[in-house]
Ligand binder design. Structure first.
Ligand SMILES: NC(=O)c1ccc[n+]([C@@H]2O[C@H](COP(=O)([O-])OP(=O)(O)OC[C@H]3O[C@@H](n4cnc5c(N)ncnc54)[C@H](OP(=O)(O)O)[C@@H]3O)[C@@H](O)[C@H]2O)c1
Length: 254
């Protein structure tokens, strides 16, 4: 894994880092020598997020802290970024990982289920990109990595709201890749397939069986599979990669 320990230590902000993919990304970045700010949303995740930040600081000798903020709220996102800049001095890497699902077929999908998913997954990503761009543009360096989904590329019955939000993240990221390139800021999307987390644990056996049949490699991915790509994109070696949507899906989208 690439490390930035020999140079000035860089800092990363990971949204939705209390569990699942975000937790693995925060862990991998800390292991790679990044300071990390771990965002989470709910009071019930405070202990997990604070425990993880203490453990990362202890094991890897980086600075780490946890901060509660609902990314759908622009004011809370501003406070989150200000806290990270105050703690670290700068933010070189943003990983937009926080996301939710409210699944249902369109005929049964209420307006709230649509709005809520768009508010967190798309507007939340916009809020964080905007705050990060402001910090990064001043220093003429940055890496923005958003966790989309193959569902945003291929669509999925029962996930019209989620697929629309993740497709929106692709459009947002490609636009920002063009807009922020002159400031030396890269913007990419990771598109996971089926990864074992709380989000997918909510699926029943029939749904899991159907999904498994579509994965070329024949097994689900792990949060670490996504984290290793996030780490690569956050590192110096990925400096010429921008505006890309990269699958981590075991061949599910083939
Ligand atoms: N798992 C998969 O198979 C899969 C596949 C494709 C894409 N993805 C994407 O990968 C990302 C992570 O998924 P996951 O499976 O790790 O999910 P997860 O286990 O359900 O964890 C979701 C994380 O997002 C946080 N979060 C939710 N709403 C938030 C908000 N409004 N503001 C800030 N944080 C919020 C949660 O914080 P709390 O703990 O405080 O609730 C939690 O840390 C999501 O964007 C998801 O769409 C996942």
């Amino acid at each position: 894994m690439e490390t930035n320990e020999s140079e000035a230590r860089q800092s990363a902000l990971v949204t939705g880092a209390s569990r699942g993919i975000g937790k693995a990304v925060a862990e991998a970045l800390a292991q790679g020598g990044f300071n990390v700010c771990l965002n989470y949303a709910t009071e019930s995740s405070r202990e997990a997020a604070e425990g993880l930040s203490e453990s990362l600081a202890g094991r890897y000798g980086v600075k780490a802290f946890a901060w509660r903020a609902d990314i759908a709220q622009a004011g809370e996102v501003l406070a989150l970024f200000n806290a990270a800049e105050e703690a670290f001095g700068s933010i070189e890497v943003l990983v937009n990982n926080a996301g939710i699902t409210r699944d249902g077929l369109i005929l049964r999908m209420g307006e709230e289920a649509f709005d809520e998913v768009i508010a967190v997954n798309l507007k939340g990503t916009f809020n964080c990109c905007k705050a990060a761009a402001c910090h990064m543009a001043r220093r003429r360096y940055g890496r923005i990595i958003s966790v989309g989904s193959i569902v945003g590329v291929c669509g999925n019955a029962g996930q019209a709201n989620y697929a629309a939000s993740k497709a929106g993240v692709v459009g947002l990221s490609k636009s920002l890749a063009k807009e922020l390139a002159p400031r030396n800021i890269t913007v990419n999307v990771i598109a996971p397939g089926f990864i074992e987390t709380d989000m997918t644990n909510a699926l029943d056996e029939r749904q899991r069986f159907a999904i498994m049949g579509r994965i070329a490699l024949g097994h689900p991915g792990t949060p670490k599979d996504v984290a290793s790509l996030a780490c690569f994109l956050a590192g110096k070696g990925a400096g010429y990669i921008t505006g890309q949507v990269i699958g981590v899906d075991g061949g599910m989208a083939l």
